[in-house]
Design a protein around this ligand. Structure first.
Ligand SMILES: *Cc1c(COP(=O)(O)O)cnc(C)c1O
Length: 798
């Protein structure tokens, strides 16, 4: 149906009438979108079935990726690109007077994630399918993804997100594959045929229904599966209060938790976690049994990878099935489980490390808790054998301690691989945060530096740049991203550098048009587009960025003729609804924007833009238009970052600290092609050991700092009373936990260097080209190949 555009148009018109019950003349854009979507889904179903049949037949090792979040974004254009039918469809639709980009706008973002962690899962799925690797995702089909953000009067307002309002053309409901999940109740041990058998009685059961989405590989006939679970009431509930039961059940897959850096400790969250884990394991084992029969060699044929600790209950769940259902003894079950599970750690922030109070855990998951207890007892026993009497060591490593279950400890003990997400992050895990575990299991620890789906973040998001690259080095970089390095041949080619500049200019113009249309603020596209987009968090230091903008503004006010390279500062960031401090920073950015953008003395020198509702589809508009990528987290705090990689591959230059993957970016491009400032991780950790630094001193001794910090509270912002006192206090009263004032001077200095470099157009474009050329390393294709080789032991099946 997509072999040529005439055929496509014929099928499209037919399908439109059948699906929508209207003539073409009466049809709307939404009808066109639905029709096209259903055609593509049908088109991939052949390859989808074939892929599954081949996996069945070849019996090769498979990996299942479990993640509580998938930040997919829109799928239409990416699917067309991967299938290689974009042009036929675009042309065919054009003949019918339909604009493909308009249809694309109608597709809602699948925003089932908060930020980096969920987006990583989405990028991994793309790379797995594109590399023909047998890897499938499991997640939760939240009815409402991450909230929609509106900015009202400078404040964040959250609206419920509604991506399923008009249905989801990509999914297939598989009601016949539903499984049931037990909560609450009690466990009875009975002696049967000479062994103890455990029965979970009086449980409240919930039905998990899978919705499958095809994951289409790039120019490959592999179509893997993302299976998202939806919670529904069991068919014959035995409960009196059916309405309440229905509400409780559906709540499990109703909302995504909107916080990625704080462990909320709410019972619904633990329900979500076990719901995902139990449904996934049941489904994995069902297809495994069909293929292999007994589970005795499970670990040789499958690997279950957990994205952070949220799905860590997969460990006791697998133990439960092997022992209670399969009748294996503990040691056999433990051997299989431990060798099946691999774990990725995403953070060293202590407030983000999950721990569950026993009083919540035990009643909700009684059998699972028993198993965790036994894992803990056996683990502590082994520790005792190793170092008898060392209670401190045992207490610090224990899985259950002080009436809490520590999820990261369970993950490390119950898996064969523990990986960090950038080299620095893994070093910090090994040397500090998880050092005792590293000493215990050095062979488990390894690094897998994150990556991004370069086909979404460059090929799809930046078609002009992609065309230039293909024109210069051929098209194979789309499958072999390291070939981008061939661009270095052109680093002194003025014509290529000029084309690079023109493309950036066009992309900036597009973003400027979007900004004008959204907010009515005109921005000068010859200015530096200096962009910080990411979740709002104290450690990411959007505050440092704003304080610097206030400092620039003060200079302009002091000297109306102050010369500076014009700058447009662009922000995008959602704050978790309960994160008071982060919301204050959003208000501050908007207050500064309001002042700066309306001051006639400023002119085109300075503009500040806060784009609301940062999400994948907005990100795709932003990265191609960036000159400067702000990656300014307090060193040691950002595990990797992936936004930094998306900017880089689109030719933006990084202004950042030596944190997360910035360290590796710096190493690849060298000192000349990046702007590094601030404390190193080692210095930060040194100060923490000393109990911090004296922020007051910096306030007193640096007049620039004193002025901007005072402006937070001295009436400088009209109409807000005491609004920014909490920020002022965080810097002075609370001694600036994130070293904002400590790094301020160094940051100002780096910005000055950025300005200088930008005025040398030739030099700037050469730096930009260098960044693009070295960005191939950060393709998630490279990352996934490393996982496949070092952790999973899986091979392309064809
Ligand atoms: C890549 C991405 C992130 C992660 O950005 P960081 O700068 O690495 O924190 C968050 N949200 C969206 C929408 C993204 O595309």
């Amino acid at each position: 149906m997509f072999s040529n555009k005439e055929k496509f148009k014929e099928v499209f018109l037919n399908r439109l009438e059948m699906l929508c019950g209207k003539s073409f003349a009466e049809s709307t854009s939404r009808d066109h979108y639905q029709t096209l979507g259903s055609m593509i889904r049908e088109y991939v179903s052949n390859d989808w079935i074939t892929t599954n049949e081949r996996y069945m037949a070849t019996k090769g090792k498979q990996v299942y990726y479990l993640s509580i979040e998938y930040l997919l974004g829109k799928l239409l254009r990416q699917n067309l690109l991967n299938l290689g039918i974009e042009e036929i469809i675009q042309d065919g639709l054009e003949d019918l007077g339909i604009d493909l980009s308009e249809l694309e706008e109608l597709e809602p973002d699948a925003g089932l994630g908060n930020g980096g962690l969920g987006r990583l899962a989405a990028c991994f799925l793309d790379s797995l399918a594109s590399l023909n690797l047998p890897g499938h995702g499991h997640g939760i089909r939240y009815k409402h993804g991450l909230f929609e953000q509106k900015i009202v009067d400078g404040y964040q307002v959250e609206l419920p997100e509604q991506w399923l309002r008009s249905g989801n053309v990509w999914e297939v409901r598989k009601a016949d594959l539903a499984v049931s999940i037990p909560f609450w109740g009690k466990v009875e041990a009975r002696e049967e045929n000479g062994r103890l058998v455990f029965h979970h009685l009086h449980a409240e059961t919930v039905t998990a229904v899978p919705y499958d989405m095809p994951v289409v590989g790039f120019h490959s006939d592999t179509v893997n599966t993302l299976r998202l679970w939806s919670a529904e009431p069991a068919q014959f509930p035995i409960f009196k209060d059916i309405l309440n039961y229905k509400r409780r059940t559906e709540a499990i897959s109703e909302f995504l938790y909107p916080d990625d850096t704080h462990d909320e400790g709410k019972i619904l969250r633990l329900k979500q976690q076990y719901f995902l884990v139990s449904a996934s394991v049941q489904s994995i084992l069902r297809s495994y049994r069909k293929q292999h029969g007994s589970l005795l060699h499970l670990h040789e044929h499958i690997c279950i990878h957990i994205n952070d600790t949220h799905p860590v209950l997969v460990i006791p769940e697998l133990m439960r099935i092997l022992i209670d259902d399969e009748g294996l003894d503990w040691d056999q079950a433990w051997h299989i489980t431990k060798n099946t599970i691999a774990y990725t750690n995403h953070t060293t922030l202590s407030e983000a490390l999950e721990k569950w109070p026993v009083y919540i855990f035990q009643p909700l998951l009684p059998r699972i808790y028993m198993i965790v207890e036994e894992i803990n007892e056996r683990f502590c026993h082994d520790l005792w054998e190793e170092t008898p009497g060392d209670w401190d060591r045992i207490a610090s490593l224990a899985i259950i301690a002080d009436h809490f279950v520590k999820m990261a400890h369970l993950a490390i003990v119950g898996s064969f691989s523990v990986n960090g997400v950038a080299r620095l992050h893994t070093e910090i895990l090994k040397e500090r945060e998880m050092k005792p575990f590293f000493l215990l299991y050095p062979e488990k620890f390894n690094n897998k530096t994150n990556g991004i789906a370069h086909r979404r973040w460059l090929l799809k998001a930046n078609p002009k740049l992609s065309e230039l690259i293909t024109d210069k080095i051929g098209p194979s970089w789309t499958s072999r991203p390291h070939e981008l390095i061939d661009l270095l041949k052109y680093e002194n080619d003025n014509s290529v550098l000029q084309q690079l500049k023109n493309i950036k200019q066009e992309n900036k113009q597009k973003l400027a048009d979007f900004i004008y249309q959204q907010m009515g603020v005109p921005v000068d596209t010859s200015a530096i587009f200096d962009i910080q987009v990411k979740r709002l968090h104290a450690y990411k230091r959007q505050l440092l960025n704003v304080l610097h903008i206030m400092y620039l503004y003060n200079q302009i006010k002091d000297d109306p003729n102050f010369q500076m390279v014009p700058r447009v500062f662009i922000f995008g960031a959602k704050a978790s609804p309960g994160y008071y401090y982060a919301k204050k920073i959003i208000k501050l950015i908007n207050a500064v924007a309001d002042k700066v953008n309306h001051d006639p003395r400023v002119g085109d020198r300075l503009k500040v833009i806060f784009l609301e509702n940062y999400r994948v589809s907005l990100a795709e508009k932003i990265f191609p238009a960036a000159d400067i990528s702000e990656q300014i987290s307090t060193s040691s705090k950002e595990a990797s970052g992936t936004g930094n990689m998306k900017f880089m591959i689109n030719g933006a230059l990084t202004l950042g600290t030596l944190d997360g993957a910035n360290v590796e970016i710096h190493e690849l491009v060298g000192d000349d092609n990046i702007f590094i400032f601030g404390l190193t991780a080692e210095e930060v950790l040194h100060y923490y050991r000393k109990g911090g630094y004296d922020s007051i001193e910096y306030y007193h001794h640096d007049q620039r700092i004193r002025q901007v910090v005072d402006q937070l509270v001295n009436g400088f912002f009209d109409g807000v009373h005491n609004e920014f006192e909490p920020i002022f206090d965080s810097l002075l009263e609370e001694n600036d936990q994130y070293f904002v004032l400590k790094d301020f001077a160094s940051y100002v200095d780096s910005h000055r260097k950025v300005g200088e470099a930008f005025t040398d157009v030739q030099r700037w474009q050469k730096m930009s080209l260098n960044n693009i050329a070295h960005a191939g390393y950060f393709s998630s294709d490279r990352t996934i190949k490393e996982y496949a080789r070092d952790i999973w032991g899986i091979q392309p099946l064809w």
